[in-house]
Design a protein around this ligand. Structure first.
Ligand code: PHE
Length: 490
């Protein structure tokens, strides 16, 4: 509607002088006219100039000045060309209003010098105020400065204001009807290129986002943990066996065969192959002995230890199974101190909820050296977690079958405003280390935590199922920023 009206009007007329009046005359909504003008202007069908104007009327005082001249002009005229005149004489000669205003304005304009006696400082003056008021009366446009001074003297008053209106003329691409532009480089368009108008390229337009692979948040956080371990001189343990025997997962760790974790309610056992093929026999014998009757200063569990139980295959329930294999291997050679770490998947037959899945990732650190103490463990944990931005730690005594003493690790989370449990730790028991054949004075300190917990905190995710498994939100994975460990939780 508005577009046809504007283009049609310009076909027979040079210009639309005022878009507001044009809209009113053609019964159009000016907002619509404004939008059409913008769009036609973009394609250079038309040229538009914004009309910004204010209209004024003269006040009664203004009218008087316009007709009779300004008071300052009369005041000036009353001062003799040569010599001086006293204020008293001026006051007697002039109309009180003219005297009042003129005696202020004339010296301000530097027309006269004032004292007891008044004299001219210039011989000739122009009554600009009168001229300008006459111009306004004729509807002429004046500069802002002048308007401001006249408004200030209350000689004029605003009656109309134009804003948002424009004056419209034909543009270089003017046509009585808008041509539709070709946008695609199709075979037909290219063949008819001479008849067509192509839409101009917008080189500033944003491109389509490039589709590419994205790292999963768990992988990003894992990398940061790995870097911290490497910076602290830890070697990575080989964790590429999800299937483990009960022996390495439990027995080697001095976990009693009656322990509830060894129930199928808590652990996934394998059907096929359901038992392990081989175990180091001499070591198995020492493990059996320490469980049944103790040794190395321990009383053991005083319970029968069954080989069949140890043979059972399972999906490893913690990466400490890997640590036990590593320590056993280490015990075989001449002893050297070691720092090991691992980050990999573990499995537990648990009820799945917002924060628990049947599989997750464990991060584990192990340090073995002669004469290590609980103080060393606390020190290493402080160092490790402060590199994660968690330097405010607390430790709580805990129980693990394979560590003594054991400590749960808590960190104060400023964002959540509470202490959160971030890991479990301890010193491996002699009942675990001695049967492996490690020298008697070798102590092993270790700790473990889940990878999911810090990742959920960092990525502000409160449902683990969004992070892992078949309900994972791929869009989130793509859009997730890189979250730097340490910034959030410090
Ligand atoms: N294996 C323990 C767990 O699954 C963690 C841990 C590792 C505890 C090493 C002590 C020492 O929670």
């Amino acid at each position: 509607m508005a577009e046809e009206a504007i283009l049609g009007f310009l076909q027979n007329n040079d210009e639309i002088a005022h878009s507001g009046y044009f809209a009113a005359e053609h019964n159009l909504d000016h907002e619509e006219v404004k939008n059409v003008i913008k769009s036609l202007q973009a394609f250079r069908y038309i040229e538009a100039k914004v009309l910004k104007r204010e209209f004024f009327d003269l006040t009664d005082e203004g009218k008087k000045y316009a007709a009779e001249g300004s008071p300052e002009f009369h005041f000036f005229s009353a001062v003799p060309e040569e010599g001086t005149i006293s204020m008293d004489d001026l006051q007697r000669m002039l109309d009180p209003f003219v005297f009042d205003v003129g005696s202020k304005q004339a010296p301000k304009k530097k027309w006269v010098a004032m004292g007891q006696q008044v004299s001219r400082t210039v011989q000739h003056v122009e009554d600009k105020v009168k001229e300008m008021l006459l111009q306004i009366q004729q509807g002429l446009e004046l500069d802002q400065e002048t308007l401001k001074s006249l408004k200030y003297r209350k000689l004029i008053i605003l009656t109309e204001k134009w804003s948002g209106y424009s004056e419209v003329k034909k543009g270089p691409n003017y046509a009585p009807k808008r041509r539709s532009l070709a946008t695609d480089l199709t075979r037909e368009n290219l063949q008819n290129w001479q008849e067509l108008d192509f839409k101009e390229y917008n080189v500033n337009a944003k491109g389509q986002p490039v589709d590419s692979g994205h790292l999963h948040p768990l992988l990003k956080v894992r990398k940061q943990f790995k870097d911290i371990f490497c910076q602290m001189g830890f070697e990575e343990m080989p964790t590429n066996n999800f299937v483990e025997s009960s022996f390495w997962n439990f027995d080697a760790l001095f976990q009693p065969q009656q322990h509830p974790a060894r129930d199928s309610h808590d652990t996934f056992f394998l059907k096929a192959p359901w038992t392990t093929r081989e175990l180091p026999e001499d070591y198995v014998a020492r493990v059996k002995q320490v469980h049944e009757s103790g040794g190395y200063g321990s009383r053991g569990y005083n319970c029968e230890w069954k080989r069949e139980e140890a043979n059972k295959n399972l999906l490893r329930t913690h990466t400490t199974a890997v640590s036990s294999r590593m320590l056993y291997a280490l015990a075989k050679g001449p002893f050297t101190p070691k720092k090991y770490f691992s980050i990999d998947r573990v499995f537990r037959n648990e009820a799945v909820d917002k924060t628990h899945l049947a599989e997750f990732h464990q991060i584990e650190g192990v340090v073995c050296d002669r004469g290590l103490t609980l103080g060393d463990l606390i020190g290493v944990l402080q160092e490790f977690f402060s590199r994660l931005g968690m330097s405010n730690l607390r430790f709580k005594p805990a129980y693990n079958p394979y560590t003594e003493p054991s400590m749960e690790i808590f960190s104060y989370h400023a964002g959540l405003e509470k202490w959160v449990e971030i890991g479990n730790s301890g010193m491996f028991r002699p009942e675990m280390l001695q049967p492996m054949g490690l020298p008697e004075d070798v102590r092993v300190i270790a700790w473990g935590l889940s990878l999911e917990r810090p990742t959920m905190i960092l990525y502000k995710c409160d449902n683990i199922r969004e992070l892992f498994g078949h309900k994972v939100d791929l869009k989130k994975v793509k859009e997730n920023p890189i979250c730097r460990i340490g910034i959030e939780s410090a």
